[in-house]
Design a protein around this ligand. Structure first.
Ligand SMILES: Nc1ncnc2c1ncn2[C@@H]1O[C@H](COP(=O)(O)OP(=O)(O)OC[C@H]2O[C@@H]([n+]3cccc(C(=O)O)c3)[C@H](O)[C@@H]2O)[C@@H](O)[C@H]1O
Ligand SMILES: Nc1ncnc2c1ncn2[C@@H]1O[C@H](COP(=O)(O)OP(=O)(O)OP(=O)(O)O)[C@@H](O)[C@H]1O
Ligand SMILES: NC(=O)CC[C@H](N)C(=O)O
Length: 563
């Protein structure tokens, strides 16, 4: 009779390109798990390089660096076996590999068979596909290795089970988008019951440029029941025990720095959620956590001391401020009000109230003198011309210049505040409110911005109620309201979602009951503003189609969206 195996699932936050640092993280987790009597530590896909390493995979020194890293991992595998992902060069080809290391040796390597090449994934640019299963005989058990996308198809798991696997480990780098958790659990549960074979789904956590990885690793048994559910958004190592018949929860421990996030209704660890009809985290709680983690990791991994942002008294900058403080702590955040003639007293007082209540550094700098100087300098060039959006954009650009100067002087990065609805229709000023390094709300529609603001306030009020209830205005012209130039946000967002995420045509959207003139106007705005999005800062991706790598439209483009 074989002994039972204690398998630790390592949900770790890696740093892309920092191979030495990643190896240290893996070895530290292995040491900790071995100390708790673990037999195997399972890390995630391409843990050694971080995911996605993109064109770092094309660097000539990659092979040498990875080989050195694997030597260190092999050395750390004396008391506990380590399963880890890394890029592996063989016969002139590069593979997305998972290796099983035990007592200094690699007992077997698996090459990922299904290479994702859609949405944000570009794996066929780098990797060749493997074709064989890999089942490791370890302490009387047979462990099948698979890597992320493999689990979304049948062949890799079928082949692994046919080759004798009694338990499958799946090493993931699966980025978050809304409602993806349920899809993963369904897919993995289907495999487990189909083959009567437990599956350990181990996912990484953390932000990497536009992507945010939620973690939420889990293990399910051969009846499709969840034995272990790790929480999202934080590092953790948790174990399962497999005795050849039964999969049960073992111990768990948090790793990594404490988070500054407010308490949400997220469950801690190990409360099996499997088979519940609703996940315990609400959609908004997940979304908010994703935005916080995305901002935190972008700022920290790029070593910024903090962030600075323009606080207008409007909802976008108010929510961005709340996210920044939850991500970094108030002491690393500065808010700047930059009033002009059109800035209402209400905006000034709401901005100040929010900044004071959140405890961030706050400053007010009027843009009136500089705006006047610009207009004076331009007066000869503009002689006889009517007032138009030029003057509006100049206000926005004065603010952008001030924020970027503060960034240069202090090293703090400028957080942009634009949301997905605005980025879709080009309702933002180049080199004005688009100036900055990273956008928290870049993939969040305006209607969701309101919902998120309410959600955040439900955890403790940080955004003045009036900021949420007043009609949105750019305050770039007298008595201006967004809805004077755009359709109501409920209508706009619905049209945008249909066009951008569902690929519906103008005719499809009109048939669904929307006004033809409005649909044509909105779709035209989306199409002609590709140039603006191409120059926009990157930001957290939370939908299945963001404005980054998910959607690569030509800027110079004669396509018209009628059909
Ligand atoms: N295809 C193309 N390729 C490259 N560049 C192109 C281009 N088409 C125009 N351009 C350039 O872009 C310029 C136009 O872009 P830009 O200067 O940004 O200005 P524009 O898009 O004309 O105006 C900005 C709009 O955003 C609104 N806004 C501004 C600020 C904040 C908010 C808010 O509520 O959040 C709204 C504002 O009311 C206005 O309707 C052109 O003058 C031209 O230089
Ligand atoms: N008076 C202001 N003081 C400071 N920053 C401002 C001011 N007005 C605009 N900004 C900056 O420019 C961004 C775009 O603001 P604008 O008011 O034009 O549109 P918005 O999309 O409605 O944003 P918000 O909801 O934050 O007001 C703001 O989020 C803010 O960062
Ligand atoms: N790294 C991967 O293979 C990711 C693809 C996969 N479908 C996902 O869960 O996101």
């Amino acid at each position: 009779m074989s002994q039972s195996l204690t398998i630790h699932m390592a949900q770790i936050n890696y740093h892309v390109g920092d191979i030495d640092g990643n190896v240290e993280r893996i070895c530290a987790a292995a040491h900790q798990a071995a100390g708790q009597g673990g037999d195997v530590l399972v890390c995630t896909e391409l843990a050694v390089t971080g995911y996605p390493p993109e064109d770092l995979l094309l660097r000539p020194s990659l092979t040498l660096r990875v080989e050195k890293a694997l030597q260190r991992i092999a050395e750390a595998s004396h008391d506990i076996a380590i399963v880890v992902g890394y890029p592996w060069q063989q016969d002139g080809k590069l593979y997305n590999a998972a290796g099983f290391f035990w007592q200094g040796q690699c007992m077997g390597q698996y090459f990922k068979q299904e290479l994702p090449n859609y949405q944000v994934f570009d794996e066929k640019r780098y990797f060749s596909a493997g074709s064989e299963p890999q089942v490791i005989n370890f302490k009387g058990h047979r462990i099948g290795l698979t890597v992320c996308e493999d689990i979304w198809f049948d062949t890799p798991m079928d082949a692994s089970v046919a080759a004798g696997a009694e338990l499958i480990v799946n090493l993931n780098a699966s980025p978050f988008h809304q409602n993806k958790r349920g899809e993963r659990q369904q897919q993995v549960g289907r495999h487990a019951t189909r083959h009567q074979c437990p599956v350990l789904y181990v996912n990484q956590v953390g932000g990497q440029d536009e992507l945010v990885f939620d973690g939420h690793s889990f293990a399910i048994d051969q009846q499709g029941r969840c034995a272990v559910q790790l929480p999202g958004w934080r590092e953790m190592v948790a174990s399962v025990v497999w005795d050849g018949q039964t999969l049960s929860a073992g111990a768990s421990c948090s790793i990594g720095p404490d988070s500054n996030e407010p308490d949400s209704n997220e469950s801690e660890w190990s409360e099996p959620e499997w088979n519940k009809s609703e996940p315990s985290e609400s959609e908004l709680s997940e979304l908010y956590s994703a935005l916080v983690l995305g901002v935190r990791d972008y700022v920290n991994k790029n070593r910024f001391p903090g962030v600075v942002l323009g606080l207008s008294g409007g909802i976008d900058s108010a929510l961005t401020l709340a996210i920044a403080v939850d991500a970094l702590g108030a002491e690393r955040v500065k808010a700047v009000m930059m009033p002009f003639t059109y800035t209402s007293d209400m905006s000034k007082s709401d901005a100040e109230q929010q900044a004071r209540s959140m405890g961030v550094r706050y400053e007010s700098i009027s843009i009136e003198p500089m705006y006047r100087e610009f207009m004076q300098a331009l007066a000869p060039a503009f002689a006889g011309a009517d007032v138009d959006t030029t003057e509006e954009n100049l206000q926005s650009r004065c603010r952008g210049v001030l924020l970027m100067a503060m960034s240069n002087k202090t090293g703090a990065m400028v957080l942009t505040t634009g949301n997905k609805s605005e980025m879709a229709v080009g309702y933002a000023t180049l080199y004005g409110d688009m100036a900055g390094g990273y956008g928290a709300l870049k993939d969040v529609y305006k209607t969701k911005v309101f919902a998120l603001a309410r959600y955040r306030n439900s955890l403790g009020e940080v955004i003045p109620e009036r900021v949420i209830t007043r009609p949105p205005s750019a305050e770039l012209a007298p008595d201006q309201k967004d809805e004077d130039s755009l359709p109501a946000y409920e209508v706009l967002d619905d049209i945008l979602q249909r066009y951008i995420e569902n690929d519906d045509s103008a005719d499809d959207i009109i048939r669904a009951g929307f006004d033809a003139e409005v649909v044509h106007r909105v779709l035209r705005l989306v199409d002609i503003n590709e140039y603006k999005r191409r120059q926009a800062p990157i930001g957290v991706r939370v939908t299945r189609r963001g404005f980054g790598r998910d959607r690569r439209y030509p800027v110079t483009n004669g396509w018209r969206p009628g059909l």
